[in-house]
Design a protein around this ligand. Structure first.
Ligand SMILES: *Cc1c(COP(=O)(O)O)cnc(C)c1O
Length: 346
C-alpha cells in the first residue's frame, strides 16, 4: 500500500531539500569547547524568540526537561505537574533516576488552576517532601494538544513565586500554542524561569531541543548537559536544521491546526466516535471498537496513526502530512473506521 499520510506523530517528518542544504553548508566547530558558530547562533535566536537571556542546544526534549529538573530541585523534592506530563509519562523514569524527585499530578487533562497548586504544596515540615517546582506543559501532548490558558499560567506563576517555587515550561510544542492562541512565544514563556522547546516536532528539524533561562542557570545547564552525555561536537550541522525550522516552519503551523480540525469534524460525524475539539495539531479519538482494528484497516489504506488506549487513537498533523491531499487522508480514515465496524471482531 502506498503511504498517504503518517499521522502517528509530528516527529516523523524528514528534513526538506532546503533544510538539508542549510545543514550541509553550516559553519561548524567543537561545541564542547563552545566553538560552534551555528550552535551559538541558534542559541541566541532561540533565547530571543523565547524571551530569555540564554539558551542551550541539547539533543532531545527529554534532556532539556531533565536538565531543568536538575537545575531547580534536590533529591527528595516534589514537583507539581498536570496529568500525563511528559517528564512523568514518557521519559523512562529519568526524573526519579537523575534528579531523585517525586511528582504530584494535579488537575485534569494536563490543565490545572492556582487552587490546585495551593492544595498540592506540602506543609513546610521536615517529614514532608520539599515542594520546589511547578511544571506546565503547553501544548499538552496527552491532553490532546491543548493550549494551557495564559491567564491560569500567570496566576499560577504569581502564586508559585510567592511560595518560593520555580516554574518550568515544557514547551516542546509551544510553537503550536503560540500559533493557536495568536500570541508571541515570548509572551507565553514570560512567567517561567526555564523553558524547554523542541525543533524536531511540528517544526520539522531532524534532531534537537533547547533549554532556555537566565545566564547563571544556563551556565549550570552546560555542566548538567555534559554529565548526561549530551555534549556534542560539530553540532552546528544539527543546529542549522533547527535554525531553518525556526525561520521557515513556524508560520505554517496554523495549516496543521486547520487540517486537524477538519479531521476531527469528519470523525465526529461518524457513529459512536467521540472527538474532543482539535485544539492544535493533535486529534484524540474515542472509538466504539478496538483501536487496533481501525488502525489496521487504515494502514491498508495508507494512513498510519497510533493507539493511546484500547479504544482510543491519536492522529497528529504535521508538515509532511501532505495537506494538499488531506481530503483523501480523511476519507481513508473514515472508510477504515466504517470497515472495522462492519467486519466481525477477531
Ligand atoms: C516530545 C516531547 C518532549 C521531548 O521528547 P524527545 O523525544 O526527548 O525530544 C518533551 N515534552 C513533550 C510535551 C513532548 O511532546
Amino acid at each position: 500500500m502506498k503511504l498517504l499520510a503518517d499521522l502517528r506523530s509530528d516527529t516523523v517528518t524528514r528534513p526538506s531539500e532546503a533544510m538539508r542544504r542549510a545543514m550541509i553548508e553550516a559553519p561548524v566547530g567543537d561545541d564542547v569547547y563552545r566553538e560552534d558558530p551555528t550552535v551559538r547562533k541558534l542559541e541566541e535566536r532561540v533565547a530571543e524568540i523565547v524571551g530569555k537571556a540564554a539558551a542551550l542546544f541539547v539533543p532531545s526534549g527529554t534532556m532539556a526537561n531533565q536538565i531543568a529538573l536538575l537545575c531547580h530541585t534536590r533529591p527528595g523534592d516534589e514537583v507539581i505537574c498536570g496529568e500525563g506530563t511528559h517528564c512523568v509519562f514518557y521519559e523512562s523514569g529519568a526524573s526519579s533516576a537523575w534528579s531523585g524527585v517525586q511528582f504530584e499530578s494535579i488537575g485534569q487533562g494536563g490543565l490545572f488552576g492556582v487552587d490546585d497548586v495551593a492544595a498540592a504544596i506540602k506543609p513546610r515540615a521536615y517529614y514532608c517532601p520539599n515542594t520546589s517546582l511547578v511544571v506546565i506543559e503547553n501544548t499538552h501532548n496527552r491532553g490532546g494538544g491543548r493550549v494551557f490558558p495564559q491567564s491560569d499560567v500567570e496566576a499560577i506563576a504569581a502564586y508559585a513565586r510567592e511560595q518560593g517555587l520555580a516554574m518550568h515550561l515544557d514547551g516542546a510544542r509551544v510553537w503550536n500554542a503560540a500559533a493557536a492562541s495568536k500570541r508571541e512565544v515570548a509572551e507565553l514563556c514570560q512567567p517561567f524561569d526555564t523553558v524547554s522547546v523542541c525543533f524536531s516536532k511540528g517544526l520539522g528539524a531532524p534532531v534537537g531541543s533547547a533549554i532556555c533561562g537566565d545566564t547563571e542557570l544556563i551556565e549550570r545547564a552546560v555542566r548538567f548537559r555534559k554529565m548526561l552525555g549530551g555534549g556534542m561536537r560539530q553540532a552546528g550541522i544539527l543546529a542549522a536544521g533547527a535554525l531553518y525550522a525556526l525561520d521557515n516552519n513556524r508560520e505554517r503551523l496554523s495549516e496543521d491546526h486547520a487540517a486537524a480540525r477538519q479531521l476531527a469534524e469528519a470523525l465526529r460525524a461518524e457513529d459512536g466516535i467521540e472527538v474532543p475539539p482539535a485544539y492544535t495539531n493533535i486529534v484524540n479519538v474515542a472509538l466504539p471498537i478496538e483501536a487496533e482494528r481501525v488502525i489496521e484497516a487504515a494502514a491498508k489504506r495508507g494512513v498510519l496513526f497510533s493507539a493511546m488506549a484500547p479504544q482510543k487513537v491519536r492522529l497528529v498533523t504535521h508538515l509532511d502530512a501532505r495537506t494538499d491531499r488531506f481530503d483523501d487522508v480523511i476519507e481513508a480514515v473514515v472508510a477504515a473506521h466504517r470497515e472495522a465496524l462492519r467486519s466481525p471482531s477477531a
